[in-house]
Design a protein around this ligand. Sequence first.
Ligand code: CDP
Length: 212
Amino acid sequence: MIIAIDGPAASGKGTIARQIAAAYGLHHLDTGLLYRAVAKALLDAGHSPDDPARAAEAATMLDPERFDENALKSQSVTDAASVVAAIPEVRQALINYQREFATKPPGAVLDGRDIGTVIAPGADVKIFVVASPEVRASRRTLEMRSRGEMVDEKEVLADLLRRDARDSRRTAAPLKAAPDAHLLDTTHLGIDAAFRAAVDIIEAVRAGRKRR
Ligand code: CDP
């Protein structure tokens, strides 16, 4: 079973994806980490994140087994990630890894922006997770503060909106719901309720398949 979970920044897709993978015994890939790792490689080498040749080269050299998740979550990497993610050569260089991951037995949950549309258009279940910008900013602020970062919620909101705009307007695999994706609005849902809503969607899709 392949489950595609897409959505804008801090919508809750990562938490849902992790919990769904654990509940169903599937592999989980947070595909945002791939773009973040490309961005970090460029920043560490002193290059600009909008350099297509260097970004594509960094993408082909990635070793996802060695990711340091904490270092990939910093604000500078986050911002640069959405810049490298708009470069078609970068996306192309990362497609095979993601598709192979998705087909590893017994199946996988992938979360990102283009899983249901580009990486796994044939996924068994597609969920598009949304939440209001204010709620997303408040969740991301708490998350960053729990990592010891001093952040201002208004700035976090501005960053989310800037990234959403960049991710939605780009021509290469823009952030958008696949036509057959199920919308899950987590604005008024806590972590448990969001997880249960996702399970309900998955079970409804599976039940529908069996009936056919
Ligand atoms: O956790 P958050 O939703 O804030 O970010 P993320 O999922 O780690 O993604 C970071 C950036 O990578 C996004 O702003 C996108 O530009 C890019 N990304 C993408 O283009 N395609 C994906 N499948 C995943 C992430």
